[in-house]
Design a protein around this ligand. Structure first.
Ligand SMILES: NCc1[nH]cc(CCC(=O)O)c1CC(=O)O
Ligand SMILES: [Mg+2]
Length: 354
Protein backbone atom coordinates (compact mmCIF):
# COMPACT_ATOMS: atom_id res chain seq x y z
CA UNK A 1 0.00 0.00 0.00
CA UNK A 2 1.44 3.33 -1.01
CA UNK A 3 1.00 6.26 1.30
CA UNK A 4 0.69 9.86 0.34
CA UNK A 5 0.42 12.61 2.89
CA UNK A 6 -0.72 10.19 5.57
CA UNK A 7 -3.52 8.65 3.43
CA UNK A 8 -3.18 5.45 1.44
CA UNK A 9 -3.02 6.43 -2.25
CA UNK A 10 -6.02 4.20 -2.91
CA UNK A 11 -8.06 6.51 -0.69
CA UNK A 12 -6.59 9.65 -2.15
CA UNK A 13 -9.78 10.66 -3.90
CA UNK A 14 -12.22 9.37 -1.33
CA UNK A 15 -14.27 12.13 0.20
CA UNK A 16 -12.69 13.60 3.25
CA UNK A 17 -14.53 14.20 6.43
CA UNK A 18 -15.70 17.72 6.63
CA UNK A 19 -13.81 19.28 9.44
CA UNK A 20 -14.98 22.63 10.52
CA UNK A 21 -12.27 25.10 11.12
CA UNK A 22 -10.83 23.61 14.29
CA UNK A 23 -8.98 25.36 16.97
CA UNK A 24 -6.32 22.65 16.79
CA UNK A 25 -5.17 21.26 13.45
CA UNK A 26 -6.44 17.71 12.96
CA UNK A 27 -4.63 15.52 10.42
CA UNK A 28 -6.87 13.34 8.33
CA UNK A 29 -4.96 10.12 8.98
CA UNK A 30 -6.45 6.72 8.24
CA UNK A 31 -3.43 5.00 9.65
CA UNK A 32 -2.12 5.90 13.04
CA UNK A 33 0.77 3.72 14.17
CA UNK A 34 0.40 4.88 17.74
CA UNK A 35 -2.86 2.95 18.26
CA UNK A 36 -0.90 -0.25 18.81
CA UNK A 37 1.33 1.47 21.33
CA UNK A 38 -1.32 3.08 23.45
CA UNK A 39 -1.28 0.64 26.36
CA UNK A 40 0.99 -1.96 27.87
CA UNK A 41 -1.36 -4.82 26.89
CA UNK A 42 -1.43 -3.64 23.27
CA UNK A 43 2.32 -3.30 23.14
CA UNK A 44 2.65 -6.81 24.54
CA UNK A 45 0.20 -8.12 21.97
CA UNK A 46 2.10 -6.81 18.93
CA UNK A 47 5.61 -7.41 20.28
CA UNK A 48 7.72 -9.24 17.67
CA UNK A 49 10.67 -10.49 19.69
CA UNK A 50 11.09 -11.81 23.21
CA UNK A 51 14.19 -12.44 25.26
CA UNK A 52 14.00 -15.51 27.49
CA UNK A 53 16.53 -17.07 29.83
CA UNK A 54 16.93 -19.81 27.19
CA UNK A 55 18.74 -17.26 25.05
CA UNK A 56 21.57 -16.67 27.51
CA UNK A 57 25.11 -18.00 27.82
CA UNK A 58 26.96 -16.67 30.88
CA UNK A 59 30.73 -16.16 30.47
CA UNK A 60 32.79 -16.53 33.67
CA UNK A 61 36.45 -15.98 34.55
CA UNK A 62 38.29 -18.64 36.56
CA UNK A 63 41.29 -17.88 38.75
CA UNK A 64 43.50 -19.98 41.01
CA UNK A 65 42.90 -19.96 44.77
CA UNK A 66 40.12 -20.67 47.20
CA UNK A 67 36.89 -18.97 48.11
CA UNK A 68 37.81 -15.69 46.41
CA UNK A 69 36.09 -13.30 44.05
CA UNK A 70 38.33 -10.59 42.57
CA UNK A 71 36.60 -7.71 40.79
CA UNK A 72 37.68 -6.90 37.24
CA UNK A 73 38.15 -3.12 37.37
CA UNK A 74 37.12 -2.46 33.77
CA UNK A 75 34.00 -4.67 34.06
CA UNK A 76 32.00 -3.32 37.01
CA UNK A 77 29.99 -6.17 38.53
CA UNK A 78 32.14 -8.96 37.03
CA UNK A 79 34.58 -10.95 39.19
CA UNK A 80 37.30 -13.51 38.60
CA UNK A 81 36.20 -16.60 40.52
CA UNK A 82 38.05 -19.44 42.15
CA UNK A 83 36.73 -22.89 41.21
CA UNK A 84 34.53 -23.21 44.32
CA UNK A 85 32.94 -19.83 43.51
CA UNK A 86 32.43 -20.87 39.90
CA UNK A 87 30.43 -23.80 41.20
CA UNK A 88 28.40 -21.37 43.31
CA UNK A 89 27.63 -19.25 40.26
CA UNK A 90 26.82 -22.38 38.25
CA UNK A 91 24.20 -23.06 40.91
CA UNK A 92 22.89 -19.54 40.43
CA UNK A 93 22.82 -20.10 36.65
CA UNK A 94 20.88 -23.34 37.10
CA UNK A 95 18.36 -21.68 39.42
CA UNK A 96 17.93 -18.85 36.92
CA UNK A 97 17.34 -21.38 34.15
CA UNK A 98 20.37 -20.18 32.16
CA UNK A 99 21.19 -23.11 29.87
CA UNK A 100 24.92 -22.72 29.46
CA UNK A 101 28.02 -21.12 30.95
CA UNK A 102 31.31 -20.27 29.21
CA UNK A 103 34.69 -20.48 30.94
CA UNK A 104 37.80 -18.32 30.54
CA UNK A 105 40.91 -18.67 32.70
CA UNK A 106 43.21 -16.14 34.27
CA UNK A 107 46.44 -18.13 34.09
CA UNK A 108 49.23 -17.41 36.58
CA UNK A 109 51.86 -15.40 34.68
CA UNK A 110 54.52 -17.91 35.76
CA UNK A 111 52.61 -20.64 33.89
CA UNK A 112 52.50 -18.73 30.61
CA UNK A 113 55.05 -19.48 27.92
CA UNK A 114 55.66 -18.95 24.21
CA UNK A 115 53.78 -22.14 23.29
CA UNK A 116 50.86 -21.77 25.69
CA UNK A 117 51.68 -25.22 27.12
CA UNK A 118 49.33 -24.81 30.07
CA UNK A 119 46.43 -25.07 27.60
CA UNK A 120 47.23 -28.78 27.33
CA UNK A 121 47.49 -29.43 31.06
CA UNK A 122 44.56 -31.74 31.92
CA UNK A 123 44.56 -30.17 35.36
CA UNK A 124 44.52 -26.53 34.28
CA UNK A 125 41.97 -24.13 35.72
CA UNK A 126 39.41 -24.59 32.97
CA UNK A 127 39.53 -28.38 33.26
CA UNK A 128 39.25 -28.18 37.06
CA UNK A 129 36.26 -25.88 36.74
CA UNK A 130 34.56 -28.09 34.14
CA UNK A 131 34.93 -31.17 36.35
CA UNK A 132 33.71 -29.34 39.44
CA UNK A 133 30.65 -27.90 37.68
CA UNK A 134 29.75 -31.13 35.93
CA UNK A 135 29.99 -33.07 39.20
CA UNK A 136 27.48 -30.80 40.94
CA UNK A 137 25.33 -29.74 38.00
CA UNK A 138 25.50 -32.30 35.21
CA UNK A 139 22.50 -30.71 33.49
CA UNK A 140 23.98 -27.29 32.83
CA UNK A 141 25.84 -26.79 29.55
CA UNK A 142 29.53 -25.94 29.80
CA UNK A 143 31.26 -24.23 26.91
CA UNK A 144 35.05 -23.92 26.74
CA UNK A 145 36.98 -21.41 24.68
CA UNK A 146 39.68 -22.88 22.45
CA UNK A 147 42.57 -20.46 21.80
CA UNK A 148 46.00 -19.99 23.28
CA UNK A 149 45.87 -16.37 24.44
CA UNK A 150 45.16 -17.03 28.13
CA UNK A 151 48.25 -19.25 28.19
CA UNK A 152 50.86 -17.52 26.01
CA UNK A 153 53.45 -15.07 27.30
CA UNK A 154 52.85 -12.90 24.21
CA UNK A 155 49.05 -12.89 24.52
CA UNK A 156 48.36 -14.15 20.99
CA UNK A 157 45.87 -16.89 20.17
CA UNK A 158 48.45 -18.97 18.33
CA UNK A 159 52.11 -19.87 18.03
CA UNK A 160 54.46 -17.16 16.78
CA UNK A 161 57.58 -17.34 14.69
CA UNK A 162 59.44 -14.24 13.66
CA UNK A 163 56.45 -12.07 14.58
CA UNK A 164 54.09 -14.15 12.44
CA UNK A 165 51.19 -16.18 13.84
CA UNK A 166 51.55 -19.70 12.44
CA UNK A 167 48.28 -21.19 11.21
CA UNK A 168 48.72 -24.90 10.70
CA UNK A 169 51.11 -25.42 13.60
CA UNK A 170 48.63 -23.62 15.86
CA UNK A 171 45.74 -25.79 14.67
CA UNK A 172 47.67 -28.89 15.76
CA UNK A 173 47.90 -27.46 19.29
CA UNK A 174 44.26 -26.31 19.34
CA UNK A 175 43.18 -29.85 18.48
CA UNK A 176 45.01 -31.10 21.59
CA UNK A 177 43.52 -28.31 23.69
CA UNK A 178 40.02 -29.23 22.53
CA UNK A 179 40.60 -32.90 23.35
CA UNK A 180 41.89 -31.94 26.80
CA UNK A 181 38.71 -29.97 27.46
CA UNK A 182 36.46 -32.71 26.07
CA UNK A 183 38.23 -35.21 28.32
CA UNK A 184 37.42 -32.98 31.32
CA UNK A 185 33.73 -33.10 30.40
CA UNK A 186 33.18 -29.95 28.37
CA UNK A 187 29.93 -30.02 26.36
CA UNK A 188 30.66 -27.37 23.74
CA UNK A 189 34.05 -26.63 22.21
CA UNK A 190 34.18 -23.00 21.10
CA UNK A 191 37.26 -22.10 19.07
CA UNK A 192 37.83 -18.34 19.23
CA UNK A 193 41.27 -18.26 17.62
CA UNK A 194 40.32 -17.60 13.96
CA UNK A 195 42.95 -19.93 12.49
CA UNK A 196 41.88 -21.39 9.14
CA UNK A 197 40.81 -25.03 9.15
CA UNK A 198 40.59 -25.54 12.89
CA UNK A 199 36.93 -26.51 12.95
CA UNK A 200 37.47 -29.44 10.58
CA UNK A 201 40.60 -30.57 12.41
CA UNK A 202 38.90 -30.40 15.83
CA UNK A 203 35.76 -32.18 14.59
CA UNK A 204 37.82 -35.03 13.19
CA UNK A 205 39.86 -35.40 16.35
CA UNK A 206 36.79 -35.32 18.58
CA UNK A 207 35.11 -37.99 16.46
CA UNK A 208 38.24 -40.17 16.38
CA UNK A 209 38.56 -40.04 20.15
CA UNK A 210 35.07 -40.96 21.21
CA UNK A 211 33.75 -37.42 21.59
CA UNK A 212 31.28 -37.59 18.74
CA UNK A 213 28.61 -35.94 20.88
CA UNK A 214 30.66 -32.92 21.86
CA UNK A 215 29.29 -29.87 20.04
CA UNK A 216 31.29 -27.17 18.32
CA UNK A 217 30.27 -23.54 18.48
CA UNK A 218 32.55 -21.74 16.11
CA UNK A 219 33.57 -18.14 16.63
CA UNK A 220 33.16 -18.01 12.86
CA UNK A 221 33.00 -14.28 12.17
CA UNK A 222 35.23 -12.75 14.80
CA UNK A 223 36.48 -9.25 14.20
CA UNK A 224 39.71 -7.58 15.36
CA UNK A 225 38.04 -5.28 17.86
CA UNK A 226 38.81 -2.56 20.36
CA UNK A 227 35.87 -3.88 22.39
CA UNK A 228 37.91 -6.82 23.75
CA UNK A 229 39.98 -4.55 26.01
CA UNK A 230 38.32 -5.33 29.37
CA UNK A 231 38.39 -9.09 28.64
CA UNK A 232 42.14 -8.88 28.18
CA UNK A 233 42.33 -7.17 31.59
CA UNK A 234 40.25 -9.98 33.04
CA UNK A 235 42.46 -12.79 31.73
CA UNK A 236 45.64 -10.78 32.23
CA UNK A 237 46.78 -10.62 28.62
CA UNK A 238 46.30 -6.87 28.08
CA UNK A 239 49.75 -5.92 29.35
CA UNK A 240 51.64 -8.67 27.62
CA UNK A 241 49.93 -8.62 24.21
CA UNK A 242 52.46 -7.67 21.56
CA UNK A 243 50.93 -5.87 18.59
CA UNK A 244 47.37 -6.68 17.56
CA UNK A 245 45.37 -9.57 16.12
CA UNK A 246 44.59 -8.14 12.69
CA UNK A 247 46.41 -10.85 10.76
CA UNK A 248 43.92 -13.45 11.94
CA UNK A 249 40.78 -11.70 13.19
CA UNK A 250 38.53 -9.99 10.63
CA UNK A 251 38.63 -6.41 9.41
CA UNK A 252 35.63 -4.55 10.82
CA UNK A 253 34.93 -3.04 7.41
CA UNK A 254 33.97 -6.42 5.92
CA UNK A 255 30.64 -8.17 5.61
CA UNK A 256 30.76 -10.58 2.62
CA UNK A 257 33.91 -12.03 4.12
CA UNK A 258 31.95 -12.99 7.23
CA UNK A 259 29.67 -15.13 5.09
CA UNK A 260 32.67 -16.95 3.62
CA UNK A 261 34.05 -17.58 7.11
CA UNK A 262 30.73 -18.93 8.34
CA UNK A 263 30.22 -21.07 5.24
CA UNK A 264 33.62 -22.71 5.73
CA UNK A 265 33.00 -23.45 9.41
CA UNK A 266 29.62 -25.00 8.64
CA UNK A 267 31.22 -27.14 5.94
CA UNK A 268 33.92 -28.20 8.42
CA UNK A 269 31.35 -29.36 10.95
CA UNK A 270 30.35 -26.48 13.22
CA UNK A 271 27.05 -27.17 15.00
CA UNK A 272 26.52 -23.53 15.87
CA UNK A 273 28.13 -20.35 14.62
CA UNK A 274 28.88 -17.08 16.33
CA UNK A 275 29.37 -13.46 15.40
CA UNK A 276 31.58 -11.34 17.64
CA UNK A 277 31.47 -8.56 18.88
CA UNK A 278 27.73 -7.94 19.03
CA UNK A 279 26.27 -4.45 18.98
CA UNK A 280 28.47 -3.01 16.21
CA UNK A 281 27.86 -6.15 14.08
CA UNK A 282 24.09 -6.66 14.14
CA UNK A 283 24.04 -6.49 10.35
CA UNK A 284 26.38 -9.48 10.23
CA UNK A 285 24.15 -11.45 12.60
CA UNK A 286 21.18 -10.80 10.33
CA UNK A 287 23.03 -11.77 7.15
CA UNK A 288 24.42 -14.94 8.69
CA UNK A 289 21.02 -16.01 10.02
CA UNK A 290 19.23 -15.27 6.74
CA UNK A 291 21.89 -16.90 4.59
CA UNK A 292 22.55 -20.12 6.48
CA UNK A 293 19.58 -20.67 8.83
CA UNK A 294 22.06 -22.08 11.35
CA UNK A 295 21.85 -21.82 15.13
CA UNK A 296 23.42 -18.38 15.27
CA UNK A 297 24.96 -16.83 18.37
CA UNK A 298 26.35 -13.45 19.15
CA UNK A 299 28.86 -12.38 21.77
CA UNK A 300 28.14 -9.12 23.55
CA UNK A 301 31.78 -8.66 24.47
CA UNK A 302 33.51 -7.14 27.47
CA UNK A 303 33.79 -3.63 26.02
CA UNK A 304 30.09 -3.54 25.23
CA UNK A 305 29.35 -4.64 28.77
CA UNK A 306 31.76 -2.03 30.14
CA UNK A 307 30.15 0.77 28.14
CA UNK A 308 26.71 0.04 29.53
CA UNK A 309 27.78 -0.89 33.06
CA UNK A 310 30.21 2.03 33.26
CA UNK A 311 27.73 4.62 32.02
CA UNK A 312 25.08 3.22 34.35
CA UNK A 313 27.45 3.37 37.32
CA UNK A 314 27.93 7.06 36.56
CA UNK A 315 24.21 7.64 36.41
CA UNK A 316 24.41 8.57 32.72
CA UNK A 317 22.01 5.92 31.48
CA UNK A 318 19.44 3.57 32.99
CA UNK A 319 21.64 0.47 33.04
CA UNK A 320 18.87 -2.07 33.36
CA UNK A 321 16.88 -0.69 30.45
CA UNK A 322 19.98 -0.29 28.28
CA UNK A 323 20.90 -3.90 29.06
CA UNK A 324 17.47 -5.25 28.05
CA UNK A 325 17.33 -3.04 24.96
CA UNK A 326 20.72 -4.24 23.79
CA UNK A 327 19.79 -7.88 24.37
CA UNK A 328 16.45 -7.77 22.55
CA UNK A 329 18.32 -6.02 19.74
CA UNK A 330 20.30 -9.23 19.23
CA UNK A 331 17.09 -11.23 19.04
CA UNK A 332 15.67 -8.77 16.52
CA UNK A 333 18.83 -9.18 14.43
CA UNK A 334 18.18 -12.93 14.29
CA UNK A 335 20.38 -14.34 17.04
CA UNK A 336 19.30 -17.59 18.67
CA UNK A 337 21.37 -16.87 21.74
CA UNK A 338 23.71 -14.37 23.32
CA UNK A 339 26.92 -14.71 25.27
CA UNK A 340 26.70 -11.84 27.70
CA UNK A 341 28.15 -10.83 31.05
CA UNK A 342 24.67 -9.47 31.79
CA UNK A 343 23.26 -13.03 31.77
CA UNK A 344 22.47 -13.28 35.52
CA UNK A 345 21.06 -9.74 35.75
CA UNK A 346 18.98 -10.20 32.62
CA UNK A 347 17.70 -13.57 33.81
CA UNK A 348 16.70 -12.03 37.13
CA UNK A 349 14.86 -9.25 35.36
CA UNK A 350 13.08 -11.69 33.06
CA UNK A 351 12.03 -13.75 36.08
CA UNK A 352 10.80 -10.69 37.97
CA UNK A 353 8.63 -9.67 35.02
CA UNK A 354 7.05 -13.05 34.32
N1 LIG B 1 40.63 -15.93 22.07
C1 LIG B 1 40.44 -14.80 22.75
C2 LIG B 1 39.11 -14.33 23.12
N2 LIG B 1 38.04 -15.11 23.44
C3 LIG B 1 37.01 -14.23 23.80
C4 LIG B 1 37.48 -12.92 23.67
C5 LIG B 1 36.79 -11.63 23.94
C6 LIG B 1 35.62 -11.64 24.80
C7 LIG B 1 35.26 -10.32 25.35
O1 LIG B 1 35.84 -9.26 25.04
O2 LIG B 1 34.33 -10.32 26.17
C8 LIG B 1 38.78 -12.98 23.23
C9 LIG B 1 39.59 -11.76 23.04
C10 LIG B 1 40.54 -11.64 21.95
O3 LIG B 1 40.36 -12.17 20.85
O4 LIG B 1 41.55 -10.98 22.19
MG1 LIG C 1 37.65 -19.18 9.65
Amino acid sequence: MAIKFGRPIELRDAPRRQTEALASPSLDLTIRMRRNRKTEWARRLVRENVLTTNDLIWPMFVVDGHNTRTPVASMPGVDRLTVDQIVRDADRAAKLNIPCIALFPFTEPSLRDEQGSEALNPDNLVCQAVRAIKKEFPDIGVLCDVALDPFTSHGHDGLIEGGKILNDETVAVLVKQALTQAEAGCDVIAPSDMMDGRIGAIREALDDNGFGDVQIMSYAAKYASAFYGPFRDAIGSAKTLTGDKRTYQMDSANSDEALREVELDIAEGADMVMVKPGMPYLDIVRRVKDTFAMPTFVYQVSGEYAMIAGAAANGWIDGERAMMESLVGFKRAGADGILTYFAPQAAEKIRAES
